[in-house]
Every structure is written in structure tokens, then in C-alpha cells.
Ligand binder design. Structure first.
Ligand SMILES: Nc1nc2c(ncn2[C@@H]2O[C@H](COP(=O)(O)OP(=O)(O)O)[C@@H](O)[C@H]2O)c(=O)[nH]1
Ligand SMILES: [Mg+2]
Length: 480
């Protein structure tokens, strides 16, 4: 709560700014031999590309663990990279130990937030860990940093099992074409091998038990990457800051982003409904417009899309969201535009969205009207509740559409055209219509009390988003 004396100048603090005040990037250490798939993995999880190199060039001959690796493609991650420790490499072992020790204490921003210990799944009886690795694992037993052993290149093991089975079939005189339909078989055979050559070894008494979690990943199997993300997330539960930063930094786990997007909205909803409604001494009325702009930047930051032209936080973007999603709520007649013109409503909506990015047509009469209305609303009315709820839901689902659109592009950056396309797509979708119908049904004008029951409204918002999620397959149907 605001203290009386600094009320006048206290800006509206966003949930995101608040949670990330002490630390604004997730810091991770990757350990693993050269070629074990570390760079590939961070690219899959974080869209993290090293400057000037496609894969692993940065590491050639130089794994300086102390050097934080940053990337302009994802500013929410700080990476440290260390090669695996061969036997007898005491020097390297000591460097890693010193690094871990140096980062044990101190501010949370300097600490290490997770360690992924990468080991390539052996195909032909190679050793999982070298002697130096064992010494390091022994040392890591006393570390409190979440550690996950990540077995990499699962697809290669599956492929090699497939080949082995194919030969076996052939040697028995069976048609090797039968193998084409034998995916289940070779996946199961690979799982068995993974169990004996990785899990059993990891769990054997001679491997120091520094780890409590492990998983297998493949760059060709997105679900395995999500499993690693969920596992890492499950180890961060005690820190809201780290949970938020990791959710922001990782890219493929859309559910994780949607949940955080709603959580960010939830905290600001309280602001929107209460700071204005309660006659607390000294607290200024906060206009809904102001609250919406904070919700906007919080939700946009969660999605962490590459936005070189700074479109997503700009005034034009906020105008577009108001125009497409808020206006129809406060001035229902405007919703007819979309409803009446089914045939090419997508184009009409895209035109309206596009106009918001064109300064010459920026402020139409409807827009300035809404701005005024929003600026005047500083009360806990059902109408304010609907606007807040819709803003959170629409922006979350619109950003989800944009996320899918951008992920399918080379370079993965959001352009103005993408923004217009994604939000128009969402606007004319059944998802949006359904979401708005549910919002209106939920908060009717008589529901003044309901609208200030934050938890009810927000669990409802979560439920609505859950039912109206974007289906990327549908979204890209008909596109080449
Ligand atoms: N088949 C397959 N190859 C992979 C996988 N992960 C990495 N690789 C390949 O392994 C090689 C080394 O990967 P890299 O990420 O550079 O390893 P690093 O030296 O540990 O950073 C590259 O050619 C990658 O394409 C995977 O999951 N499956
Ligand atoms: Mg590398």
C-alpha cells in the first residue's frame, strides 16, 4: 500500500516491475562436453542465439565459465557455459568450483538460478561421466542451486534402435518395410536402453547424488523441451521472482506464459478496482486508462517477443487494443462492425487495426471518446470490471496468437504487419466472440458486488482464457 506522504508522486507500480526489482534476468549454468548439445538446447528453450554465430562458435577453444553470455534475441537470460570435466583436469574443476562458490551469496541477481548438466546419451557404451565430472558432482552436493541432469539427443538413440531393429528384421528374412510402422517398437527399445545406459548409471551408488531430477531431450521433439521447462519451473516454486523470470525467458511453453500473463493481470485488477474505489485518505484516484497501460506493459513483457521496432509497448499498439477490444464493450454499437460484415470482417478489422498505426488516422472520434470515458472511470463499476477483465483476456489471447505467428517466422521478430494480423485474427475468431459473451454474462450491470470480488473475477478470467485458447493449427490453416 502507498504511504501517505509520498502519495502524490507515487507512480502506479506494475506487478512485473515489483517482482523483478532485485533481479531482471534468469541466470543459468550449462555444464557439458563440447558437442553435447548445450547451444542447441538454449536455442530451443530460450530462442537464445549467440551474437554472430548460428550454433556453437562462441565456445571454440574457450569456455570461460565466468563470462556471462548475453544475447540480443533474449534479454531475460544470462548464460554461463562450462565444458564437461575430463579426468585429471584439476585446473578446470577448480575454476568451476570457484565460480560456484563466488556466486553462492550476494544479491539474487548475481546468483546462479539453475544448472543444467548436459550429457549426450551414449549410443555405444561410452562413459556417461568422466572422473572430473564425478568430483564436480560431489562438490555440487552441497549446492542449493536447482540442478537437472539433461540427457541430450534422444532422437539419435531412437534412430539407432530403429536401425538395429531393421537389421534384425532383415536378418530374420522379414520385410524391413514392416519397420515403417514399428515406431512404437523402436521408441520402446530406445526407452529401455536409456533406462539402462543413463538412468540406472545415474542412480548407481558411485555417482554422487547432487542431482534430484533428470530428463531426456531432443531438439526434434518439442514435448521433451517442455518437460525440461516444467521440471525446472517446479524447482523454482519458492521464489516468485525466479518463477516470473523463467517464465518470461523460456519461449516454447505457452501455458506457462498464459498463466503468468493472467497473474500479472490479476495484481493490476486489484489496483483498477480498489485503488479507485476505496476512499483511502490521500490516495489519488487512479484512472482506468492508467491501470490498463500498466496491465498492457506487464502482459507484453511476459511474452518476451523480439520487438526491435518497439511496437508492442507503443501508444499505437495500445490504441489498437482499445479500439478493437475495449470500445465494443463500452460502446456496444461498435461491435456491429465485425458482426454485420461476416464475409470480409477480417479485412475490416485489419484495416481498423492498421489505421491505429498510421498517425494520420490515429485519433478517430470513437477512439478519443473511449479515451475520455476510460480516463473518467475511476470507480468499481461493473463496466470498469468488464473492461479490465476483457483487457487481460484479449491481450493474453492476442499475444498468444502473435506468439504463434512469430514462432513460425525466420528471425522470430514481430513486425507491425504481424501485430495487425495476429490481433485481427484473434478479433474475428470464435474465441474472442465466446470470451466476450462469457464476460458479459458473468458481469451484468446488476453485478456491482461481483465485480469487486477480485478472486472470483480472476478465476473466471482464467477459466474463460482456458476455454478460448488459440489453436495454432487452426490459425495457420489455409496459409502456406
Ligand atoms: N540429432 C540431434 N542432434 C543434436 C541435438 N542437439 C544437438 N545436436 C547436434 O549436436 C551438435 C553439437 O551441438 P551443440 O549445441 O553445438 O553442442 P555444444 O558444444 O554443447 O554447445 C550440433 O551439430 C547439433 O546440431 C539433438 O537433440 N538431436
Ligand atoms: Mg556450444
Amino acid at each position: 500500500m502507498l504511504a501517505d506522504h509520498d502519495v502524490e508522486d507515487e507512480p502506479l507500480t506494475s506487478y512485473f516491475a515489483d517482482v523483478t526489482r532485485e533481479c531482471n534476468a534468469f541466470r543459468i549454468l550449462l555444464i557439458g562436453k563440447s558437442g553435447s548439445g548445450k547451444s542447441t538446447l538454449v536455442n530451443e528453450v530460450f530462442d537464445f542465439e549467440y551474437e554472430g554465430s548460428a550454433t556453437s562458435d562462441y565456445s571454440v577453444g574457450d569456455h570461460d565459465i565466468n563470462r556471462p553470455i548475453l544475447s540480443s534475441t533474449n534479454r531475460s537470460l544470462i548464460l554461463h557455459d562450462s565444458k564437461g570435466l575430463e579426468s585429471g583436469s584439476d585446473k578446470n574443476l577448480n575454476i568451476v568450483k570457484r565460480f560456484l562458490n563466488d556466486r553462492k551469496n550476494g544479491p539474487v541477481a548475481d546468483q546462479l538460478h539453475a544448472i543444467w548438466y548436459c550429457v549426450e546419451i551414449p549410443l555405444g557404451g561410452e562413459r556417461l561421466f568422466e572422473g572430473g565430472d564425478l568430483a564436480l558432482l560431489e562438490y555440487l552436493k552441497s549446492s542449493s542451486v536447482p540442478l537437472i541432469v539433461v540427457f541430450t539427443k534422444l532422437d539419435k538413440l531412437q534412430f539407432s534402435e530403429r536401425m538395429r531393429l531393421q537389421k534384425e528384421y532383415a536378418s530374420k528374412g522379414q520385410d524391413s518395410k514392416a519397420m515403417r510402422n514399428a515406431k512404437e517398437q523402436y521408441v520402446a527399445a530406445a526407452a529401455k536402453k536409456y533406462q539402462s545406459s543413463c538412468i540406472d548409471v545415474l542412480q548407481s551408488p558411485n555417482i554422487p547424488k547432487a542431482w534430484s531430477h533428470y530428463c531426456a531431450v531432443s531438439m526434434k521433439q518439442p514435448q521433451t523441451i517442455i518437460t525440461l521447462i516444467e521440471l525446472t519451473k517446479s524447482l523454482l516454486d519458492s521464489s516468485e521472482t525466479l518463477d516470473v523470470l523463467f517464465s518470461q525467458a523460456q519461449m516454447p511453453d505457452v501455458n506457462y506464459k498464459v498463466n503468468l500473463s493472467l497473474r500479472a493481470g490479476k495484481n493490476m485488477y486489484r489496483m483498477g478496482m480498489f485503488a479507485s474505489a476505496l476512499p483511502l485518505k490521500g490516495i489519488r484516484k487512479v484512472s482506468l486508462l492508467k491501470v490498463l497501460s500498466v496491465i498492457h506493459s506487464d502482459i507484453v513483457q511476459v511474452w518476451n517477443l523480439q520487438d526491435p521496432d518497439e511496437i508492442l509497448l507503443g501508444a499505437n499498439m495500445r490504441t489498437m487494443i482499445r479500439r478493437l477490444f475495449v470500445e465494443p464493450l463500452i460502446l456496444p454499437a461498435l461491435d456491429c462492425v465485425a458482426a454485420a460484415s461476416d464475409g470480409n470482417s477480417a479485412q475490416i478489422i485489419a484495416n481498423i487495426a492498421g489505421a491505429c498505426f498510421n498517425p494520420a488516422t490515429l485519433i478517430g472520434p470513437a477512439v478519443s471518446n473511449t479515451v475520455k470515458i476510460l480516463d473518467d472511470i475511476a470507480d468499481a463499476t461493473p463496466s470498469a470490471a468488464r473492461v479490465l477483465m476483457a483487457y487481460i483476456i484479449d491481450l493474453t489471447l492476442g499475444m498468444e496468437s502473435l506468439h504463434w505467428l512469430v514462432r513460425h517466422k525466420d528471425g522470430k521478430t514481430a513486425s507491425e504487419k504481424d501485430v495487425i494480423e495476429a490481433f485481427s485474427h484473434y478479433h474475428v475468431s470464435e474465441n474472442r466472440k465466446e470470451a466476450h459473451k462469457k464476460i458479459r454474462n458473468f458481469i451484468g450491470d446488476e453485478n456491482i458486488l461481483l465485480s469487486i470480488q477480485r478472486d472470483k473475477v480472476l478465476s473466471k478470467a482464467g477459466e474463460i482464457v482456458g476455454k478460448c485458447r488459440i489453436d495454432p493449427k487452426k490459425m495457420f490453416k489455409g496459409r502456406q
